[in-house]
Design a binder for this molecule. Sequence first.
Ligand code: ADP
Ligand code: MG
Length: 898
Amino acid sequence: MEPLPLFSLASETPNKVTPMMRQYLEIKHQYPDCILFFRLGDFYEMFEEDAKRGAKILGIALTHRNQTPMCGIPFHAVENYLAKLTEHGEKVAICEQLSDPSLPGIVKREVIRVVTPGTTFSENLLKTKENNFTIALFPKRDYFGLASIDVTTGTFLVTELHGYDELAGELHRLNPKECILPEELAEENLKTLLEAFSGLHVYSYPTHAAERSALPRISSQYSEVSTEYETLTQHFGVQSLEAFGIEKWPFAIQAAGMLLRYLKETQKTALSHLKRLKPYALQDYMMLDEATLRNLELTQNAHDGQKEGSLLEVLDGTSTAMGGRLLKSWILRPLTNREKIEERLEAVTWFYENSSLRDSLQQEIGKVLDLERVLSRLTLDRGTPRDLIALKLSLLQIPALKNSLKEAQPIRLKKIEEKLQPLPDLIALIESAILDDPPLGLKDGGFIKPGFNLELDELRSLSHEGKNFIQNLQKREIERTGISSLKVRYNRVFGYYIEISNGKLGQVPEDYIRKQTLVNAERFITPELKAYEEKVLSAEEKSKALEYELFKNVHLQIMEQLGWIQQNAEAIAELDVLLNLAEVAQRNRYVCPIFTQDNTFEIREGRHPVIEARSAANDFVPNDTIFNDSDQQIILLTGPNMSGKSTLLRQVALITLMAQIGGYVPAKTARLGLTDRIFTRVGASDNLLRGQSTFMVEMQEAAHILNNATDRSLIILDEVGRGTSTYDGVSIAWAILEYLHDRIGAKTLFATHYHELIAVAERLPRAKNFCVAVEETEARGVVFLHKIREGGIDKSYGIEVAKLAGLPSEVVQKAELILQDLEEGVLEKGIREQMKTVPGIDQGKLFDSAPEKSALITREQGRLTHPALERLKALDINRLTPLEALQALETLKKEGEK
Ligand code: ADP
Ligand code: MG
């Protein structure tokens, strides 16, 4: 055994450190940015600065030995402590004892892996239905190469992005735990953006030495000079990356190589389960920016970021963890390719219509365990016999799944059926080798089935016999010596011994050999005992070592089939999601959307999937939504607070999105043209992420929409312009509305409380006013019907809402009076603002009184044609409101120009 305490010699002879201290310092030197867990017997010890940080985060006692701060944690509880440290963004290097501590000399120690926030396998931190990504970013001006690896599942994704908006969206989708940036290229504002992303820990990582000179001149030749390119080709065992289709993405290659090296360094294994690298372009999917992802609450609610209240919660009834993860990625990346969408829909319909087939498949699939994580543990040498059993149980389901899909017509299901591989040899191997309910550990044996290996069986019976003999020995020795308290015991230092209490020492026989003196007793051995001990222990040692060998062997054979098993996992995940979408569709009375070639958009009796699911009374009021290119491209929606405007807006976005992931939708019918992007903006929403003023954010977001939307986009604008004064707000909203109408032609739903915009929408040929119906009766006051009807609303009902909310009646009455005053004045001013945009009208003191109104008309008369003049006369101008007068005038002028 090594001498403890560790550092005692250091202070006695200050110039010399103990050998173990030297070993510690050497290892620590290689891991300066990690907390080093230094294995000492049953503990991991931390020293110096590591100890201070560790003790603080873990809330454990910091002790000192000769001025060296230290603290330790028991090795068997390491997972909990690792979880805590990585959650705080610490990386932990785990340094193990690799030689037998009972041998003389210094124990050999080595770091066996580095645990980082992105690479934890802690059951406490890993969510079964979520990926745990580590990402690498390679920034170059406005472009980013992005690589993402989930070591726990073997997923490896790469892409290239342009601009911070795209980056923010991807971060939201991937929800990574850890990001590495090339040391030399990490700009401060990029770091700030990343660090503001909740739960993400950012580290710099040195770029490959050879890259530094190559970096500034990235050219078409780039891939040939790139060392990272070689990192990748070497890992995948290929000549070129052409087959992966990422040759054209130098930044992505850079990021991918860097990430692979980083993870190999931390995991200290070959990461052979990363068999493929999957490139994707944002353009392959429906573009959803970060604000939209958040506003639509697709996978997490806006309130606390949990799954509750999200679309995912409503749609997720997947039976496997793999299916859960896949469904999530489908929701975050809806398709834009009609053929692919329809392939999914076809499969969903198959299961929708065959509910008994669906039930039986779901039952079978429910027995499949998390194959991806099982495989990852196995490839990272962290697998246990229980993982093999999990693998076996999962593979056992495959023949039945395959069989059930035999008859399936849909092309997706045929592909899944082809992909599924029963692997009977592997099942048989595990079946014959591993006990059905093996112990957790790998080093202590006891998991190989009897009959699997002859030598093991012999060793086991040997050790069994020996144990029996030793047990009988106690009885025999008690009889022989007459000491009834005599005990045969075992510990790890002395092995077996006989313990005799002090009072009976006189009766100890001659042949006993004294080994140790305790306070109350002495410990002895006999040659016979030692002989059997030798037998038992060596048989036990040997059998443990043999079991480990046998495990490794089985493990190796499994690794040879890794690709097939991964393929099974993939097929099962997709099958699970398709089954689930059918099940959810039926349970929630969804319909199959129909895709049209043109830009048709017609939802009949659409419902909001989440609010509907959350209302217990089943009283959700459905609404129609129609867009077309002729007279209804923009829907301007007015209505009082709480009437259901925001709900309708989101409902339309969600239905569009659900259809394009290949799912059914909450409506009576839905005929949809393909949508390329969905934009949603919510007025005056706080964007804490970037720490900018709300109005600034709102305007940036509006700019983003106007610059990126196409006539195939769907735009949801909810109370945009609210973050500023009324006039600014109205003017901006107005201008945006016209721009969307005249220049972009995107399907737009615009909810607003600016009633001034109603007149604007009336003027624009492809804009239409809708409002949410409100019933106002003597008896019941204001009742929201949540029903949309054509036309603008004339009243905002804010005070009625205040009344409903229980504001004191005195306040309500006063507010009513103030409102009356204001409405008159504000309206006048609003008109004046509008007048500025009408050409040819004097902007002096207009409309302050009826005479002025008449004067204006008289003056304008000169510019009108005769028929228009006739019609003007027919109007009783003084009975019109100023706004109506203005509109009449404009209409007439337009007619006059013709
Ligand atoms: P607004 O945006 O007009 O202020 P919301 O869309 O936020 O109103 O709706 C307020 C509440 O009214 C929602 O939380 C929901 O409970 C209810 N609601 C909205 N639309 C409907 C509907 N179509 N059917 C039933 N309840 C609805
Ligand atoms: Mg609202």
